[in-house]
Design a protein around this ligand. Structure first.
Ligand code: GH3
Ligand code: MG
Ligand code: MG
Ligand code: MG
Length: 313
C-alpha cells in the first residue's frame, strides 16, 4: 500500500479538518513596521479572538508566510527592507491558490497603486490612518466568505454529508492516528438497495429526496466524532473512531431498522427503501486505506448477496 504520512498535505483540508465542530481561531499575519499601529491592531484583533502573528519587515513577513499558515495577511506598502508590492509579487500565487485574503494597508492612496494591487489579486485596500471599526468589519466579512468556501469544498450539496475529498482526508488522518497511537476505528460502507428501481419508478427527484432523508437519519443517529460521507452515487461511508466492528454493527443495525420503517410517498403510492452495510475495523496488519475499503466493500457485497437490508462484518 501507499505510505500516507510522507505525502503532501492539502492545506485547505487541513484547515477544515482542524476546525471540526469547534470555533475556528483564525490566524492573521500582520506585516507592518509602524510600532504603534502594530500594537494597536494586535490588541484590537486579539479582542476579536483572532490569533495575530507580527512581522516588522518584508523579510520576516515572507518567512512567517511560508512557515506558519496564516488565514489572512494585512500588508503595509512602505517597509524598511522591500516594498509591500515586492512582497505581494512573491506571495500572491500561493495566497490565491489557498484562498488567503490579502489586505493592503497604506498611507499611499494613489489610484495607480490601488489599481495595481487589485489587479494582482489583492482583496481589499485599507487607507491609513486605519479606521478600526471599518477594518474589523471588513476582516470579519472576508473570514465569513472563507468559511463558506471551506465548507463548500468538503460538503456534498445534495445530502449535506461530507464529500469524497473529505472522506480521503479523514481516512488518511485516522490511519495515521492509528499507526501512531493504536487508536482503532471502524469503517462502514452503506449502499441503498435497488436504488435504480426507485429512480425508474418514481423519478430522479424522488430518488434525491430518499438520499436526503437517508443522510438526515444517519447524521442524527451518530456521534459528533463520527464522520459521515457520501462516497459516491447512492453509496455512503461512516467512520467511527474508538469503535470496534461489533459496536459499529449495533449502530448500523439500529439505523437500518429505522430507515426500513420510514414511509415515503410518491405518485400516490407509499413505498419503503432499505440499505445494505459492510463494516471493517482497522487492524495492525490490515491498515492501508485501500485494504480497509476493500474489506468493507467485500462485507457490503456479502450483505447484498445474502438478500440486502442487512450488515456484514
Ligand atoms: P443494489 O441493491 O445492488 O445496490 O442495486 P442499485 O439499483 O441500488 O445499484 P445500481 O448501482 O445498479 O444503481 C445505483 C443507482 O443510483 C443508479 C444511479 O442512477 C443512482 N444514483 C446515483 N446517484 C444519484 C443521485 O444523486 N440521485 C439519484 N436520484 N440517483 C442517483
Ligand atoms: Mg510602513
Ligand atoms: Mg445500491
Ligand atoms: Mg452502489
Amino acid at each position: 500500500g501507499e505510505e500516507t504520512s510522507g505525502s503532501v498535505p492539502d492545506p485547505v483540508l487541513e484547515i477544515s479538518l482542524s476546525t471540526g465542530s469547534k470555533q475556528q481561531k483564525y490566524e492573521i499575519l500582520l506585516v507592518d513596521d509602524d510600532v504603534e499601529l502594530v500594537a494597536f491592531l494586535r490588541e484590537s484583533l486579539e479582542q476579536q479572538s483572532y490569533y495575530v502573528n507580527i512581522a516588522m519587515s518584508a523579510e520576516r513577513g515572507l518567512k512567517l508566510f511560508y512557515e506558519s499558515r496564516p488565514d489572512m495577511i494585512l500588508l503595509d506598502i512602505l517597509l524598511p527592507d522591500q516594498s509591500g508590492i515586492d512582497v505581494l509579487h512573491q506571495i500572491i500565487g500561493k495566497a490565491k491558490k489557498e484562498r488567503i485574503p490579502i489586505i493592503i494597508m497604506s498611507g499611499e492612496h494613489s489610484k495607480d497603486l490601488q489599481l495595481y494591487a487589485y489587479s494582482l489579486g489583492v482583496m481589499d485596500y485599507m487607507p491609513k490612518p486605519v479606521d478600526i471599526d471599518l477594518f474589523l468589519v471588513l476582516i470579519k466579512n472576508r473570514f465569513e466568505l472563507k468559511k463558506e468556501w471551506q465548507k463548500s469544498i468538503i460538503i456534498d450539496e445534495l445530502t449535506g454529508a461530507y464529500n469524497r475529498r473529505y472522506f480521503n482526508q479523514t481516512m488518511k488522518q485516522l490511519v495515521s492516528d492509528f499507526r501512531r497511537t493504536e487508536r482503532i476505528f471502524s469503517l462502514a460502507l452503506l449502499d441503498l438497495d435497488y436504488f435504480k428501481q426507485i429512480n425508474d419508478t418514481y423519478g430522479h427527484l424522488v430518488g434525491d429526496e430518499v438520499l436526503q432523508a437517508f443522510s438526515e437519519l444517519v447524521r442524527s443517529s451518530i456521534r459528533v466524532e463520527d464522520t459521515f460521507c457520501r462516497y459516491g452515487g447512492e453509496e455512503f461511508a461512516l467512520f467511527m473512531p474508538n469503535t470496534d466492528a461489533a459496536s459499529a454493527l449495533l449502530v448500523i443495525e439500529r439505523i437500518q431498522s429505522q430507515f426500513a420503517a420510514m414511509d415515503f410517498w410518491a405518485k400516490q403510492q407509499q413505498f419503503r427503501v432499505t440499505f445494505s452495510g459492510g463494516i471493517t475495523e482497522i487492524r495492525a496488519r490490515r491498515d492501508d486505506p485501500e485494504e480497509l475499503i476493500e474489506d468493507a466493500d467485500q462485507a457490503l457485497y456479502a450483505s447484498k448477496h445474502a438478500g440486502r437490508n442487512q450488515t456484514t462484518l
